[in-house]
Design a protein around this ligand. Sequence first.
Ligand SMILES: Nc1ncnc2c1ncn2[C@@H]1O[C@H](COP(=O)(O)OP(=O)(O)OP(=O)(O)O)[C@@H](O)[C@H]1O
Ligand SMILES: [Mg+2]
Length: 153
Amino acid sequence: MRYTEMVMITASEKETIELGEKFGKLLEKGTTVALNGDLASGKTTFTKGIGKALNVTKVINSPTFTILKIYNGDLPLYHIDAYRLENNDYDLGLNEYEEEGITVIEWPQYYKNYLPKEFIEVNFRHINDNEREINFISHGDKYKKLVEEISQE
Ligand SMILES: Nc1ncnc2c1ncn2[C@@H]1O[C@H](COP(=O)(O)OP(=O)(O)OP(=O)(O)O)[C@@H](O)[C@H]1O
Ligand SMILES: [Mg+2]
C-alpha cells in the first residue's frame, strides 16, 4: 500500500499537546486515528490536544477499566483505550457512529479487526524523559495530504 510518512520530535508534554491540537484541527468528521506506542509514550497526552482542537471541555484521561469514552466537542470525540481488550476480538460497535465524529484508538493492535480501511496511524517512541518521537502514517490516499501538512507551520 502507498503511504506518506512524517516524523516529529516533541521536547515536553506541553509540546505533544500542542502537536495534538494542530493535528486535531486538520481532522474531518469520520476520521479514525490509531495511536501506537509503549506505556507512557504520550498517546493520551496527544489525545488531550485533539480534544482541545475540538473544543472538548472535559478533562481527557484514561481510567484503567474504561474502554470507550465519548467527549462532546464541536464533533463527538470517541476515545478508545483497547489495552484491556487484548486479543478478545470484542466489537465495540463503533462503526455505527464513528462517521459522526473523530475516533482515537490507543492500543489499536488489540482492536485491529475493527479498524476502517483508511485511517491515520501515529506512532510514539520514548527518546528520554522529556522527548518523544512521533510519526504519522496515512493508510490509504485519503489522509496523505493531511499527513504532509502536519510538519508545515
Ligand atoms: N514529550 C512528551 N510528550 C508526551 N508526554 C511526555 C513527554 N515528555 C514527558 N512526558 C510524560 O510522559 C507521560 C505520557 O503519558 P500518557 O498518559 O500520555 O501515555 P500513554 O501513551 O497514553 O500511556 P498508556 O499506554 O499507559 O495509556 C506523561 O507523564 C507525560 O508527562
Ligand atoms: Mg493512555
